[in-house]
Design a protein around this ligand. Sequence first.
Ligand SMILES: C[S@@+](CC[C@H](N)C(=O)[O-])C[C@H]1O[C@@H](n2cnc3c(N)ncnc32)[C@H](O)[C@@H]1O
Length: 198
Amino acid sequence: MAFGVKLMALRDWCRGVILPVSELIDIIRTATEQNRTEQNILDFGAGTLFWTKKLTFLYPESTIYAVDTFYAENEAKLPKTPNVIYLADIAATLTETDFALAWCCDVLHHISAENERGILTQMAAKSETIIVKDIDCTHRFGNFMNRMHDRYINGERIRDIDPKRVAALLESVGFAVEYRYLPKIWYPHFVLIARRSK
Ligand SMILES: C[S@@+](CC[C@H](N)C(=O)[O-])C[C@H]1O[C@@H](n2cnc3c(N)ncnc32)[C@H](O)[C@@H]1O
């Protein structure tokens, strides 16, 4: 992973081609109150900070917690941004902090099924709203194309994510879950918007 300006600009441009960025921004924008100063927003698996930057723009009064295992070894490379806290350990973060919104973009397919259960259960106990964006493995051709993308462009093997399984887990811990399907080119993007039931 790199934070170089030119490489980042190229990556951001590519995202605009393969990701439904404006639809996702609209979903995030309406997820919680934008001007509540005391609220914390979690960007789980924040990576190169593409979504962290959007979150600071959408929630200028909030504190954004950008959490990624990668940051443990790369603290010095991270940009100094007001209202952004960088952390590496999601379990410790969820033990210490409550969140108005937890945003999980393309991170679940990088963790084991066991870790997914543990992290989402802990996240549910500490968050009002959870948004999961990932690739819907039930769309087999698009899922295969995404696996190839991760394998040959990013050099990573990823796990299949079935949105029904993730939704059932969040429902079992007291969340009402809405599914949205947002395909782009051949990528079967899905979003789960999970709100704690009253
Ligand atoms: C495909 S990238 C997505 C990055 C970012 N969410 C985005 O959409 O641009 C997945 C990220 O999840 C991170 N990651 C994987 N397992 C993690 C874990 N257990 N805790 C925190 N971050 C993790 C990886 O280091 C990687 O940066």
